[in-house]
Design a binder for this molecule. Sequence first.
Ligand code: IFM
Length: 442
Amino acid sequence: MGLPEGFQWGVATAAYQIEGAVDEDGRGPSTWDTFAHTPGRIRDGHTGDVACDHYHRWAEDADLMAGLGVDSYRFSIAWPRVQPAGSGAVNAKGLDFYERLVDGLLERGIAPAATLYHWDLPQPLEDAGGWMNRDTAYRFAEFAYIAAERLADRVDRWITLNEPVVVTAYGYAFGVYAPGQALMLDALPTAHHQLLGHGLAVNALRGRGVQDIGLTNHYSPAWPAADTDREAAGAFDTFMNRLYTEPVLTGAYPDLDALGGPPLAGFVKDEDLKVISAPIDFLGVNYYQPTRLTTPAEPGPLPFDMVDVTEYPATGMGWPIVPDALRSLLHTLKDRYGPLLPPVHITENGCSFPDEVVDGAVDDTARIEFLDAHIKAVRAAIDEGVDVRGYYTWSLLDNFEWSEGYHPRFGLVHVDYETQKRTPKKSYAWYRDLIAASRPAR
Ligand code: IFM
């Protein structure tokens, strides 16, 4: 593949999507437990109660990663496992689990990369206002400190938040993800409080000697449907691609007037932006698809409407497959932030298809084509001067895809949820061979 020396290959997962064992060893409830158990919220009433049973089967899963030859495994630490109430008492057994996992990864030559928040907020914190409450940012920093106190001697890479825009948009604005609030643009304070939590957590991690810290954002290039929709696309771009990046890299919010929400000024205190813009060591980029925007026909709660992109092939989620949009996104980040942009890791990229086991095998050629094209796009961006240091495929395993339950299958490894049998798909062997071929001959 001709990737730069030291380029890291990985796979990614998240706690609530794979672990299961929601009542075990002192774990407290999270907003996702509550949401998933609320009738009508998740397709077919699926929950993360058992998921991939990774809590018990982590060693088998680590063996699968070793078989791939990945350099790094990006997983998330469930806050409610470590601090069941979200503040106060620490649950040592929760930390023991992550310690077992981390040690098991290191024994297999895989570098752990821990995400601190992949959406499973302890329910007691939500009951106190969740991310609408500024105090949650301070609680998050405390949790970061606790996790790092136990694990930072063995975990080098830490990611504070995963895709805070999804928490604001789906969780608090539209209510389709936990905690299911439909505040529309009144949800904007959750952006500021998550960013503040990020900055405070960076400080806490530095205090534990961590030197490789990043924030992972979800990016989606904004395509105006027509020339007259440029303003609508610009407003979406601000919300999706700039709101959670600009304050961190430049110390200032982008102009949010075009969004038409309540001004953030009332929530931003002196020094907040200084905290938020504490230097990070890498930016985590999650990319799945571009978004096409139009101007709403009637004035509504949002200054843009989304329309389907139909001229490309699509994944099982119906998401258009546009690898070149990843290349252009990487250029946009470089052009926008110049020397302020730290090295990038693609912390998620992947696709779901309705994969089936036939005669003991899963032929997911469509996934191979997807990954191949996107990795080539990353490589092109690197050749053109963007500093990308790694690529994590989403995901190692088929898993709980939030409001879609277990229907979409994003894994390199198929999971039979009845038996928990893992079946590596054709893409697993392809990724393994790609990694091996990209390594310098020894
Ligand atoms: O499964 C999710 C993940 O939790 C966050 N990023 C997008 C993935 C696919 O939807």
